[in-house]
Write a protein that binds this ligand. Structure first.
Ligand SMILES: CC(C)(COP(=O)(O)OP(=O)(O)OC[C@H]1O[C@@H](n2cnc3c(N)ncnc32)[C@H](O)[C@@H]1OP(=O)(O)O)[C@@H](O)C(=O)NCCC(=O)NCCS
Length: 159
């Protein structure tokens, strides 16, 4: 049985809804291969059932975030290849920051492959800075270990 769409500002956006995890999984599969791997529909649906997880979506992209105990995290962010460099991800991250603040978070975190310059540029452009390194966190198709950067930014007023 499909989940009902959630209330709140997220659902005002025109992309796939929380009730359509298949559409979200389709976009995710177009964006990720191994670092990290694509998330199946059931996994996305399971995350969306958690009360602290929220969805922000655009027609060809989405962001899953969570906010709990004063901290927010970008769990995943995906924009379909044909829709890139049009500002969708920048808008999704801005909406994530707004939603995270509204949910009481004071600090935001994410992790990103050290070999993903596009995403790192995006996060630097949206106010995140490097906070740590997780060595060998991801594994490529060939079995090579890839580091993850941990990035963070404050959500406090005026920041
Ligand atoms: C990373 C990703 C989300 C960016 O989405 P996007 O909608 O194309 O990004 P935007 O158009 O909003 O770009 C915003 C800024 O990010 C940076 N950026 C985005 N793509 C970039 C690229 N390919 N190279 C360099 N910088 C890039 C730029 O600073 C850009 O601003 P500009 O266009 O004014 O120069 C998208 O490429 C993607 O889905 N990649 C695969 C999945 C992934 O890596 N997800 C994030 C890690 S979890």
């Amino acid at each position: 049985m499909p989940e009902p769409a959630r209330s709140g500002p997220e659902t005002a956006l025109p992309g796939p809804a929380a009730s359509d995890p298949a559409a979200l999984a389709h976009i995710h599969a177009a964006c990720f291969t191994t670092t990290p791997r694509p998330w199946p529909e059931a996994e996305i649906a399971g995350l969306l059932r958690l009360p602290h997880v929220f969805l922000l979506s655009q027609p060809a992209g989405f962001l899953l975030g969570q906010a709990i105990a004063g901290e927010a995290e970008i769990l995943t962010l995906a924009v379909a290849p044909e829709a890139r460099r049009q500002g969708l991800a920048r808008r999704l991250v801005a909406d994530f920051l707004t939603s995270a603040r509204a949910r009481g978070a004071e600090q935001a975190f994410l992790e990103v492959s050290a070999e993903n310059p596009a995403a790192i540029a995006l996060y630097l452009a949206t106010g995140f800075t490097r906070a740590g390194l997780r060595r060998g966190y991801y594994e490529s198709d060939s079995g090579a270990k890839i580091d993850a950067l941990v990035m963070s930014r404050t959500l406090m007023p005026g920041a």
